[in-house]
Structures are given as C-alpha cells and as structure tokens.
Design a protein around this ligand. Structure first.
Ligand SMILES: N[C@@H](CCC(=O)N[C@@H](CS)C(=O)NCC(=O)O)C(=O)O
Length: 196
C-alpha cells in the first residue's frame, strides 16, 4: 500500500502514527506530496487533491483520514478499542482540526481580505471544542485508540499553527493526554517541521 501524505498535514499525521503503532510499517510506503503543488500522482489517486490518500495494491484509493484509519485498524493484528465514545471523541477531534485549519487559512489571507468575523468564529469554536473534550473525555484507560489520537494530533497542530491559544490552561486531562502521545516515537517522529 502507498500512503500519500504531507509533512505538515495533521490528517496525514494521524494515519502515519497508526501505520507505526499498528505494526504496518513494512506494508505501507509513505509518499510525500504537497497538495498545493497539484502533483499528478496525487490528483490521479485523489480527485479532491487532498492528503492523506491511501492507495491499495490493486489501485483502489481511500480518501479521508477517518476512513483510512478504520481500514488500517482492520489490517492490523493488534486491536485498538473502538466504541461509540471513541467514535464521538474522534469526530470532535476531527472537528477541532477542521476549525484550526480553517482559522489558519483565514490568517494567511492578505490583510485586506482577512475576515475578523471568520477568525473569531473559528476561535470560539476551537475553545468550545477543547472545553467539551476536557470535560467529556473521561479517564482514559489507554491513548491507543482513534479518538485520543485524533485529539492529540489536533492539539499538537494547535501548538504549531495557533500557539497563542493557551489551550492547556485549566485543561489538565487534555495536557496529560497529549504528553502521553508525545512520549511515543510514532508521534514524536511525525511532527511538523519548524513553523513557516
Ligand atoms: N477531511 C479530510 C481533510 C484533508 C485535508 O484537508 N488535507 C489538507 C492538508 S492538511 C489538504 O490536502 N488540503 C489541500 C486542499 O484543500 O486543496 C481528511 O480527514 O482527510
């Protein structure tokens, strides 16, 4: 299988971490492709022009990190716990990622066309989401599940693209969960390069 990724993409990072944690590294070749370069190989695999994209050996391609994550779990010999609470946390974590990416997109627009309304709306959503995750995540038996990983990837992406958010303040459970992931080589070795 081939996993088309970009180094700064948090959605790609989730899949990359799973490949390693699920013992699939010898079956999955990582291919780097910056989505904004319109690389023909990426566009052929994914008409949406987005990463990540998992291309199976028969040429069938899966887009969407959550779908790829489910597929990787099915391929693995070790089982990660999966229940509705994990799916709920994964969906909230994905939403947090979407809002943080959308904020970033607005922030890098030229000053004249930046919208304070959209930046503010994204930031309020981000803060409501981290509050809900802190309150609703409960005591995690393990971080090795799709919900906690998605949350960790989103929080780490906030450190990268929204460091002024101070999301750790008053949120000890989320802080500890991210620290637990940061201590794992799969996560530590897939972080984004220095902010640019
Ligand atoms: N919902 C998608 C989001 C993927 C996504 O937005 N990837 C970004 C990189 S972080 C991308 O490829 N953007 C290029 C574009 O939107 O044209 C997923 O979970 O895989």
């Amino acid at each position: 299988m081939k996993l088309i990724i970009s180094a700064t993409s948090p959605y790609s990072r989730k899949c990359r971490v799973m490949v390693h944690e699920l013992g699939l590294a010898d079956r999955v070749e990582e291919i780097e492709s910056h989505p904004f370069d319109d690389d023909p190989a990426l566009l052929q695999a994914n008409p949406l022009g987005r990463v990540p994209c998992l291309v199976l050996d028969d040429g069938q391609a899966f887009t969407e990190s959550a779908l790829i994550a489910d597929y990787l779990c099915e391929q693995a010999e070790v089982a990660w716990p999966r229940d509705w609470n994990d799916k709920r946390l994964e969906a909230l974590g994905n939403g947090l990622l979407d809002l943080t990416v959308a904020r970033r997109v607005e922030m890098v627009r030229d000053e004249g066309i930046q919208s304070a309304y959209w930046i503010g709306r994204r930031e309020r959503g981000i803060m409501r989401a981290v509050d809900e995750l802190e309150a609703g995540m409960g005591a995690l038996g393990t971080v090795l599940a799709q919900g906690p990983l998605t949350m960790a990837v989103a929080l780490s992406y906030m450190d990268f693209r929204y460091p002024e958010s101070q999301w750790r303040s008053g949120r000890p459970r989320l802080t500890a969960m991210l620290e637990a992931w940061e201590a794992r080589p799969s996560f530590a070795n897939t972080g984004p390069p220095a902010p640019g």
